[in-house]
Design a protein. Structure first.
Length: 202
């Protein structure tokens, strides 16, 4: 199976994002049906992250792709790649954080965050360990699998690297559904896409 056959183009990427949203809605319905009718972000966020992982994993199963082939298709060892990728990530992380905060501040001027959204983010930030792990560990892993290892790889098989990185970053941003997160996630998606193209490892 070729890269073009195994990985999605733009319409396939949109389909995966729609599947991700549907999965999150179904998980919320399931959690509330199972007795957590008043479940807040601290309960729903880990469940939503799980659904994202299921979408990425389901794609691999349907396409009969092995995890190793998708996550680290490089011919170099994973250890060698991590040795090359960790320093740039550590160096880029503070700059990405500052730039994303600046972008969020700019977005907040014409689109101020509602009190409900502020409350939701505060609840997520000051919550139990499972939610923190979902946001800091599971979420990024599942998002890298879906948006870089699957979607960006498919776009790279169809277009120039710069265009593929920008397109995947926009898809990544739009997948977050909140104007503040759309801008921030899109901007964060640019260096993450570049790192994936540079090192071919999600």
């Amino acid at each position: 199976m070729t890269e073009r056959q195994a990985f999605p183009g733009v319409m396939g990427a949109v389909g995966l994002v729609l599947a991700m949203w549907l999965g999150q809605v179904l998980v919320v319905i399931l959690v509330r049906y199972l007795g957590e009718a008043d479940a807040g972000p601290a309960t729903l966020l880990p469940a939503a992250m799980l659904s994202n992982g299921l979408i990425g994993g389901g794609y691999l199963v349907l396409r009969r792709l092995r995890f190793r082939e998708v996550v680290h298709p490089s011919s170099s060892s994973l250890r060698a790649t991590l040795g090359l990728i960790v320093p740039p990530v550590l160096l880029l992380a503070p700059a990405i954080f500052v730039f994303a905060s600046f972008a969020d501040d700019l977005v907040s001027v014409p689109f101020p965050m509602s009190e409900a959204d502020q409350s939701r983010f505060q609840e997520i930030l000051g919550t139990q360990l499972p939610t923190v792990l979902a946001v800091v560990v599971a979420g990024p892993i599942f998002e890298e699998l879906l948006f870089r290892a699957i979607i960006l790889r498919g776009l790279l098989a169809r277009m120039a690297p710069g265009r593929a990185i920008v397109t995947s970053a926009l898809v990544f941003g739009i997948a977050h559904l909140d104007i503040h997160q759309v801008v921030t996630a899109s901007l964060i998606g640019l260096p993450l896409g570049w790192l994936y193209v540079r090192f071919r490892s999600a």
